[in-house]
Design a protein around this ligand. Sequence first.
Ligand SMILES: CC(C)(COP(=O)(O)OP(=O)(O)OC[C@H]1O[C@@H](n2cnc3c(N)ncnc32)[C@H](O)[C@@H]1OP(=O)(O)O)[C@@H](O)C(=O)NCCC(=O)NCCSC(=O)/C=C/c1ccc(O)cc1
Ligand SMILES: O=C(O)CCC(=O)C(=O)O
Ligand SMILES: [Fe+2]
Length: 362
Amino acid sequence: MAQQIRLKNEEAEIEDLTEFLIKAGHGVKGLSETELGDLPQQYIQPQSERPSCMKIMDESSIPIIDVSNWDDPMVVKSVCDAAHKWGFFQIINHGIPLEVLENVKLATLAFFSLPPEEKRNYFKHTSPSNHVRLSTSFIPEAENALEWKDYLSLFYVSDVEALTLWPAVCRDQLLDYMRMSQVVIKPLTEVLMKGLNINEINEKEWSAMTGSKRINLNYYPKCPKPELTVGVGRHSDVSTFTLLLQDDIGGLYVRAPDGENWIHVPPIPGALVVNIGDALQIMSNGKYKSIEHRVIANKINDRISIPLFVNPKPSEVIGPLEEVLKESGEKPKYKTVLYSDYTLHFYRKNHDGKGTLEFAKL
Ligand SMILES: CC(C)(COP(=O)(O)OP(=O)(O)OC[C@H]1O[C@@H](n2cnc3c(N)ncnc32)[C@H](O)[C@@H]1OP(=O)(O)O)[C@@H](O)C(=O)NCCC(=O)NCCSC(=O)/C=C/c1ccc(O)cc1
Ligand SMILES: O=C(O)CCC(=O)C(=O)O
Ligand SMILES: [Fe+2]
């Protein structure tokens, strides 16, 4: 197969690659396992996006916050300051049992270990529902260069629906995690709102901020030439916030507050990475920031990560919160947008740093 991929002329190559990756269900994991030795040209990123162009700040680190007591004013301050300055932080002692997190990682590996004949049923054209979708790269149709990643994206509607639609090898573990994640989602939302002087969150605001959830299982197989490609290109999440579980390999980099340098997010056993998404940047009128981040591929190890995106409901109209505008006296920096229009805009283009936010800028 590997030889076939390489020997075809350029146009046939793309067709063949699509056949191999998607129709046959091998994904980039299958490509990695063929031990090509070389990187197919479709994965070669322009010079400016390659790791060699990143200025990395080794001495810096995003905050690590012990959240064993969410009511502690110091915790509230640390979380809100981090959301303002860094847009990214790690939380420890968050109350989700280690076993639940370990089971999510094992379930992710179990899904990607399924034979290609089974996995191919979850790609867009064959998936039984648009709430379950396996993809390779981000949006292959919209990208000039592909990303070295496969991912299963699961939109959560209810336990009942997930039990019917989600793949049996991982659904119970993921549902346990979704259930347990409330011990973080609820106090984290309350604390972030406190930082905006919102002390009571009504039903409508809960729905505006946390009304829908999506969980992605990311698989980054080892890559023959990591220096020429990316695991995930520069982007900010379109969520309200994201809880990210990563394994012990590393490779996630976030933009430093100076807007130029990059900072590695080291794996910490048992910790969760939290990042602010575009929706909360909009609702907080820019007080909290969604930060650009990217993943570098790895030559030696496969890597997995599992982001849980906490989002507004797709039918929600979001914009700067009234309380925030009143309290600060600021003019709105963003217009109101239908959240599903915002996410559709994100899904129609390749990763472009913080470009998605332009859609909502006034
Ligand atoms: C607008 C959505 C996304 C889809 O609406 P739908 O009408 O029920 O679903 P469709 O299946 O008809 O999808 C419409 C289009 O959206 C795209 N799409 C629909 N889900 C997908 C999908 N998981 N994958 C990649 N295209 C999709 C897809 O391209 C499709 O376009 P097309 O095929 O041309 O009809 C809707 O689910 C929605 O608004 N959800 C809100 C919650 C939500 O999912 N928010 C996104 C949080 S995810 C996030 O912050 C970051 C994600 C991310 C992901 C990958 C990365 O590399 C980096 C970051
Ligand atoms: O793999 C990671 O560490 C981050 C992945 C990511 O940014 C995403 O899926 O949105
Ligand atoms: Fe992300």
